[in-house]
Design a protein around this ligand. Structure first.
Ligand code: SF4
Ligand code: SF4
Length: 338
């Protein structure tokens, strides 16, 4: 074993690059949240507060509306004019997941970032994270697929006419405001559930992402088709198991030749800790290695390219007259899910 060990030279910067992406995307989402809050407050106060344009990026938080619009787009060939940014972002994230595993989760998703900070805080404070028993882990992991199946079934069973009627109705038009209000005026049950999820996320790595997130389930299934995957060379590997210990998805990287799991988020943590030269790498195909900087550049170019193209072709902004928002936003509490 020791005879074949070649210590890897140079610093691994993959995690710094990934953390920079996570921080940038989290800041972007906070910025979007503040802008959207000011936009909503302007209409709630009948114009007494400052007016800020509605940020289209808020539609990234409307994945079900995005799925509905994707269905309309595929069925009619036309991208709907209401909430188009949501479907544009969905396509960008699906493409990123196809090309670089479930990288959306570990490089971009703000919920994934907070989740990672929580389990790292838990590990630093209590010197460890906890693992559920295998039977519980496997059963709970199927929950996110069940939730995804439920949403896909709901959207799939709606006709294009029904989707349009839903999205063009008052609830659909201000679905983003309803989502904001859900978090602003949190009910007791929702607050308890969120609190529980926060606590569990401190003790169990990525509790929400691993067990409950249907978005993660969807990008994970797409990532199964990805040509990119982590590969291990048994010849260069020194069997130290550091990769498996570092893997936030709890994958047995040290026992595999290629990591094909839908749980792999392309975070490159396993590659970052591997001490043996040429033992572990992210690849496209058997030989082509993808360095972290290339993965980062690819994610940035794809994300900015898709969003830029949508803006350029006029498929980014929802054009709803201020008068309509002025009418609907103060009455948002009157509209419930049909
Ligand atoms: S296998 Fe490697 S890249 Fe995939 S989730 Fe685990 S640590 Fe991250
Ligand atoms: S970190 Fe994993 S791939 Fe690298 S030498 Fe250790 S066991 Fe082998």
């Amino acid at each position: 074993m020791a005879g074949k060990a070649f210590v890897r030279a140079g610093l691994d910067r993959s995690q710094r690059i990934r953390w920079a992406f996570q921080a940038a995307f989290l800041l972007l989402n906070i910025w979007i949240g503040v802008e959207f809050y000011l936009f909503v407050r302007h209409f709630e106060t009948a114009g007494a507060t400052v007016y800020v344009d509605r940020p289209p990026g808020v539609e990234g938080w409307l994945p079900i509306a995005a799925l509905m619009n994707l269905k309309v787009w595929l069925a009619t060939g036309e991208l709907p004019s209401l909430h188009p940014a949501g479907v544009v972002l969905l396509v960008a994230f699906l493409a990123i997941s196809f090309l670089w595993r479930k990288a959306f989760c570990s490089w971009l998703c703000p919920v994934g970032t907070v989740s990672e900070w929580l389990w790292r805080t838990g590990r630093q404070t209590f010197r460890r994270n906890f693992q559920l028993p295998r039977w519980a882990d496997i059963s709970l992991r199927s929950l996110k697929y069940a939730l995804l199946g439920l949403f896909l079934y709901a959207v799939g069973s709606m006709s294009v006419v029904e989707i349009r009627a839903f999205l063009d109705g008052p609830y659909g038009v201000i679905a983003d405001v309803k989502m904001l209000n859900f978090f602003r005026f949190l009910g007791v049950t929702a607050a308890v559930v969120l609190g529980l999820l926060l606590i569990l996320s401190i003790f169990v790595q990525n509790f929400w992402c691993r067990y409950l997130c249907p978005y993660g389930a969807m990008v994970g299934l797409v990532s199964l088709l990805s040509p990119a995957r982590i590969r291990r060379s048994p010849e260069a590997c020194i069997d130290c198991a550091k990769c498996a210990q570092a893997c936030p998805a709890l994958l047995p990287v040290d026992k595999l030749i290629t990591v094909r799991s839908a749980e792999c988020t392309g975070c490159l943590e396993c590659v970052a800790v591997c001490p043996a030269a040429g033992a572990l790498w992210m690849s496209a195909g058997k030989r082509r290695r993808i360095p972290a900087w290339a993965m980062a550049a690819g994610i940035a170019v794809l994300f900015l390219g898709v969003v830029g193209y949508a803006r350029w072709t006029g498929h980014w902004t929802t054009e709803i007259p201020a008068r309509v928002y002025g009418e609907l936003i103060p009455r948002a509490h009157e509209f419930s899910h049909p």
